[in-house]
Design a protein around this ligand. Structure first.
Ligand code: NAP
Length: 261
């Protein structure tokens, strides 16, 4: 029996990086998975590989959410897990952030996660419960100078998650809502960021173990395992939590390397 056997899961931005790792972990443990993404070719290939379905979606488009949830419930009889993972990261500090960068970043991250939770919640509550998992970032906890809009959006996701968890608890609808806060993980988003700052790029899809250790990067599957735990009934008493997965990066920043800050 798989850890999420019989459950129905949607993973947004599931064609690449963390979303692909989440989709793999959930499918491997028995969930029926629907991968959504803008990238149709990569999304369909991943879905075929892991036995999932693919749904083309821009998460900032609300009507696409209505179609996605209706279709999922019609085909699978319900919805148990939503991973709001899709995201973009545009390098721009407070001086360089244009209105367009600000609006697009908030639309993808914050509107996307809001639409997802708003439209998935009634379907989950109707079947007695579920797990909403919102991909935030350590940027929500510390604020990253060169990523103004990204930090703001991830901070919004952190607070929205707690508000939803509080609502669900008072409604006693069985739905849990948690945020996940990764540090830097070895994905195309981080490869682009490192490249943007003149850093190394991997030769293939991933850095070697040695380079990853030197750069302090986690692996997508590390996050996939945390998402799997939050999706499964093993985490049935966890809601409103912010799960940091950064190998101690943020505590080192706060305490200083010598721990005497
Ligand atoms: P990634 O490899 O770039 O994957 C993101 C996926 O989301 C891509 O397939 C992308 O499609 C898709 N996407 C972008 N905008 C979309 C939209 N409007 N609608 C639907 N899909 C969309 O990035 P990642 O590193 O896996 O990041 C996944 C999530 O984790 C993001 O929310 C990110 O902020 C968060 N995160 C990542 C890290 C990290 O270190 N990697 C750390 C903290 C948080 P296209 O390729 O076509 O744009």
């Amino acid at each position: 029996m798989g850890r999420v056997e019989g459950k129905v899961a949607i993973v947004t931005g599931g064609a690449s990086g963390l979303g692909a790792a989440d989709a793999r972990a959930l499918a491997a443990e028995g969930a029926a998975v629907i991968v959504t993404d803008l990238d149709v070719a990569k999304g369909e290939a991943l879905a075929a590989e892991i036995g999932a379905e693919f749904f083309e979606q821009d998460v900032s488009d609300e009507p696409s959410w209505v179609r996605l949830i209706e279709q999922t419930v019609a085909r699978h009889g319900g919805l148990d897990i939503l991973v709001n993972n899709a995201g973009i990261a545009i390098i721009a500090d407070i001086a360089g952030t244009t209105t367009e960068i600000w609006r697009r970043t908030l639309a993808v991250h914050l509107d996307g996660a809001f639409f997802g939770c708003h439209h998935a919640l009634p379907a989950m509550a109707a079947s007695g419960g579920g797990s909403l998992i919102n991909m935030s970032s350590t940027a929500a906890l510390v604020g990253i100078g060169p990523y103004l809009a990204y930090s703001a959006a991830k901070g919004g996701i952190r607070s929205m998650t707690k508000s939803i968890a509080a609502y669900c608890r008072t409604q006693r609808n069985g739905v849990r809502c948690n945020s996940v806060h990764p540090g830097s993980i070895d994905t195309p988003m981080v490869h682009a960021a490192l490249g943007g700052f003149g850093g190394p790029r991997p030769e293939g899809e991933r850095f070697s173990d040695e380079v990853r250790r030197k750069l302090g990067l986690g692996e997508p599957a590390d996050v996939g395992q945390l998402v799997l735990f939050l999706a499964s009934d093993e985490s049935k008493h966890i809601s409103g939590a912010e799960m940091v997965i950064d190998n101690g990066d943020t505590v080192v920043q706060l305490s200083g390397p010598g721990g005497s800050g």
